[in-house]
Write a protein that binds this ligand. Structure first.
Ligand SMILES: Nc1nc2c(c(=O)[nH]1)N[C@@H](CN(C=O)c1ccc(C(=O)N[C@@H](CCC(=O)O)C(=O)O)cc1)CN2
Length: 283
């Protein structure tokens, strides 16, 4: 039976550390501040943005919430981002994804100055991550690595399989695992024998966006399973990309949904915001 990697406990520890760092910054006259931009009224995005607001409050980080209507044009959004970019009291900028269809996501991400891009999504930060330079790491993949490290299971030399190739999770998660010297395979919808590839993984990161996609036979006995998915099952209950009960019986460690990677995504954003404030103020 697998041990549960609790996102709740790990995130609470990180938040405690962040709160201390905020105190230090404030003592030096700097109040770290995160600006979050939400366009439209996607209910899940609204929940996530409220979560970010309350995390900031809890740790003493200042926050600016900019809620824009669903019919906001790209030009209007870019104008708002330009103002936030020029505002020295704002250290981190995040645009909640997904954006409404009329807005080009990549153009918006590229408009966030790399030094304020606390999501780590801008081309400059992605490039820096690829070549191992100092950068903001994307929050979900960084959270996955923290969870893996918390198990004490060595990553170096292990077969790691990442299920999913999105720009915000799959690809960067693979890159961060490579940085930890894992041997990394990325699987996707066109992968042949996908179940067999997964079954060979010592570390399995599921980020495919399909409820309970990973079945028990896809989990190697003793594997560490990190579930990034947030889905609803046939009963409308929150579930991950992994069939938890089946995988738990075979894995050595597993992350739950809810209470897993999502909470670490939130915590890593706070870490990045502190880093942004420190770099911009030289503290
Ligand atoms: N600009 C960004 N947009 C999005 C990101 C992101 O990192 N940056 N990631 C996701 C949404 N997201 C954060 O923004 C996020 C998703 C899930 C959770 C979370 O705490 N999940 C809980 C369950 C929540 C629920 O009840 O629905 C859990 O796993 O326990 C936090 C943040 C897409 N957009």
């Amino acid at each position: 039976m697998a041990q549960i990697i609790s996102g709740k406990e790990l995130a609470a520890r990180i938040k405690q550390r962040v709160s201390g760092q905020v105190e230090e910054l404030k003592a030096g006259g700097v109040t770290p501040c995160l600006a979050v931009v939400l366009v439209g009224d996607d209910p899940a995005s609204a929940v996530y943005v409220r979560g970010k607001e309350s995390d900031c409050r809890e740790c003493g980080i200042g926050s600016r919430m900019l809620r824009l209507p669903a019919d906001t044009t790209q030009a209007q959004l870019l104008e708002q981002l330009e103002k936030l970019a020029a505002d020295k009291s704002v250290h981190g900028i995040l645009v909640q994804l997904p954006l409404p269809a009329q807005i080009d996501e990549q153009a918006v991400i590229a408009a966030i100055p790399p030094e304020k891009d606390v999501d780590g999504f801008s081309p400059v930060n992605v490039g820096r991550m690829m070549i191992g330079e100092e950068c903001f790491l994307p929050c979900t993949p960084a959270g996955c690595i923290e969870m893996l490290k918390s198990t004490g299971v060595p990553i170096a030399g292990k077969q790691a399989v990442v299920l999913g190739r999105s720009n915000i999770v799959g690809k960067p998660a693979a890159m961060l695992l490579l940085r930890e010297n894992a041997t990394v395979t990325i699987c996707h919808s066109k992968t042949e024998d996908l179940a067999a590839v997964c079954a060979g993984a010592d570390i399995l990161v599921a980020a495919i966006g399909k409820p309970k996609f990973v079945t028990g036979d896809m989990v190697k006995p003793g594997a560490v399973v990190i579930d990034v998915g947030i889905n609803r099952d046939e009963n409308g209950k929150l579930c991950g990309d992994v069939d938890f009960a089946a995988a738990e019986a075979k894995a050595s460690f597993i992350t739950p949904v809810p209470g897993g990677v999502g909470l670490m995504t939130r915590a890593m954003l706070l870490v990045n915001t502190i880093q942004a404030a420190r770099r911009q103020t030289g503290r």
